[in-house]
Design a protein around this ligand. Structure first.
Ligand SMILES: O=C(O)CCC(=O)C(=O)O
Ligand SMILES: [Fe+2]
Length: 255
């Protein structure tokens, strides 16, 4: 997709495919500027990234290329987080941030409900991750909520694009500078929906704590330091599992 062209998704689309996309180059700064826009306007804290660089042969035989696919997604996750840290001027934490995170790759299958009526495949929720990257087969179903208008936007599946979702751990680490994106899966018809997700999460034992540079009078600390595994355990057992309340109850300073 050409820079600045309209995406079919009503979502900001950003091209990460150019080989010259390397930190410190003009092209890096230009793409970073595009990442900054949707983050700043808070239209929706996600971006789409085209896949061909990571995956030049296309995604039809992905079972064979699953490892290189996961590697490509891991690199994309790193690039996006590198840009986000630069945008919020906390580059000095880059190594710590990268070393304290790991990527989990999952393949998911949703059976078609075999009805013409839309059924919930996965309730609206935010992820507890740092960042989640999703892609899927041609069966529609993923919806993303704009944090500013609360409008639900259907993702139109595309084999050239990924959805990048900000999770609660990154929201907390940035002391609220970015919001976690609500998303859900709604299904209809009888075809199964397959999706793959790369979930970038804090490593076990690492305490997520906002850097002091992001905490000041205008931005008081929102979350107490927490470990990811402990957070997950609490959220899963909490009645607010499918919304932000479990997260807020676990580590929100106000609680
Ligand atoms: O299947 C999808 O596209 C979404 C999966 C998801 O939101 C999750 O596993 O947290
Ligand atoms: Fe999710």
């Amino acid at each position: 997709m050409e820079m600045g062209s309209q995406s079919p998704w009503k979502l900001p689309a950003i091209d990460f495919t150019k080989p010259e996309l390397k930190p410190g180059t003009d092209h890096w700064d230009s793409v970073k500027g595009q990442v900054k826009k949707p983050l700043k306007s808070s239209i929706l804290e996600n971006v789409e990234a085209q896949s061909r660089t990571f995956w030049p042969q296309g995604n039809t035989s992905f079972s064979k290329t699953i490892q290189s696919f996961a590697k490509g997604l891991t690199e994309l996750s790193q690039m996006i987080r590198r840009m986000i840290l630069e945008i919020f001027q906390v580059e000095k934490y880059m190594d710590e941030h990268m070393e304290s995170s790991e990527c989990i790759f999952k393949i998911m299958k949703y059976k078609g409900p075999k009805t013409g009526e839309v059924q919930v495949g996965l309730e609206a929720h935010t992820d507890m991750t740092l960042v989640t990257i999703l892609c899927q087969n041609e069966v529609k179903g993923l919806g993303l909520q704009s944090s500013s208008t609360e409008e639900w936007i259907d993702w139109i599946p595309s084999k050239d694009a990924f959805v990048v979702i900000i999770g609660e751990s990154l929201h907390a680490w940035l002391n609220g500078r970015l919001k976690a994106t609500y998303h859900r899966v709604m299904l209809t018809g009888d075809k199964p929906r397959y999706s793959v997700g790369l979930f970038t999460v804090p490593k076990p034992g690492y305490m997520i704590k906002a850097p002091e540079e992001l905490v000041d009078e205008a931005h008081p600390l929102l979350y107490k330091p927490f470990g990811y595994a402990e957070l997950l355990k609490f959220v899963v057992s909490h009645k607010g599992r499918h919304n932000r309340s479990g997260f807020e109850a676990y580590c929100g300073v106000k609680n």
